[in-house]
Each structure stands twice: as C-alpha cells, then as structure tokens.
Write a protein that binds this ligand. Structure first.
Ligand SMILES: [Zn+2]
Length: 157
C-alpha cells in the first residue's frame, strides 16, 4: 500500500473541500480591482508580480469561494494576512475585524500620508489592517517613493 506524505494528503483534502477558483472569476476580480491589491493598492503593473486571489474569510474558517468572499491581493498582503480575520487596533488594543474590500470602501478606512509613501489607518479597522498586513513595510515604502517620483502613485481612487 502506498504511503502518502502529509503534503500529499493535505493537497488531496484541499481539492475535495475547497474547489479551485475558476479562471474567469479570477480574471473578473482582478479586472474589477484594476490590477491593484485591494489592501495596499499596489498595482501589479508596477510591481511586475501577478496578484493572487485572497479569501477574505479564509477557507480554514469556512470562508467560501463565492465572489463576495474573494478579493485581489498582492502576494505580500496575502502572506501577512494569512488566516487572520481580526487584529488589534494599536490605539485601543481591541481586537477588530480586518478591512473587508467587498463590504467596505478603502478610503473610509485608509488615507495616504507623506505624499503617498505611507498608508495610515483612519479608523480602528484601518489601523488594525495597516499593522497586521504590514502595509508600510520597508520594501513597499521604498517602491512607493520611486513611483511617486514618476507620478505613478498614489492612485486617484
Ligand atoms: Zn498588497
């Protein structure tokens, strides 16, 4: 009898429980987002790195593959978000639901600062998301400074 490795079992299980997201849904979400990460707003046209589809509520927490649970995210935001749906607001230290790009408007929770190099959270949700997803990590701040110099950033909407 074949002995299955843990990763093989995990990949089989995932295929049974979570059907893959179709190419057309993937394209629809990324087009609607104008090729921008819906958390940090970085354009894949500037980073050169294709966006991934983020489950707003992760499949490990029974989040669905329905379009209202999916958004476009850069690889980095998706990695930092991981399986989290909440994080602490650094001001009140309360645990807050992270920003939901399908239900909430980016500009209601975030604002650009320092000419666009930094994102500031203007609500508890915004602050918790900035911190949790490291929206001002050193690498992206350096990239934004270059994009600003070329008038490619920040995005208008
Ligand atoms: Zn991002």
């Amino acid at each position: 009898m074949e002995r299955l490795s843990y990763s093989r079992i995990e990949s089989i299980t995932k295929r049974i429980i979570v059907p893959p997201i179709s190419k057309s849904i993937r394209e629809q979400i990324i087009n609607q987002a104008d090729n921008r990460c819906e958390y940090c707003r970085s354009s894949s046209r500037l980073t050169g790195i294709p966006l991934v589809i983020d489950h707003i509520v992760p499949t490990s927490l029974m989040g669905s593959n329905e379009i209202d649970n999916l958004c476009a995210a850069c690889y980095r935001c998706n990695e930092f978000k991981g399986a989290k749906i909440t994080s602490n607001d650094p001001v009140t230290n309360e645990f807050i639901l992270l920003f939901n790009p399908r239900k909430e408007k980016w500009s209601d929770h975030f604002s650009w600062a320092n000419g666009g190099t930094h994102i500031i959270g203007i609500t508890a949700t915004g602050r918790a998301t900035v911190l949790s997803l490291r929206l001002n990590n050193e690498n992206i701040v350096q990239a934004r400074a270059i994009w600003i110099g070329l008038n490619w950033h920040p995005p208008e909407n």
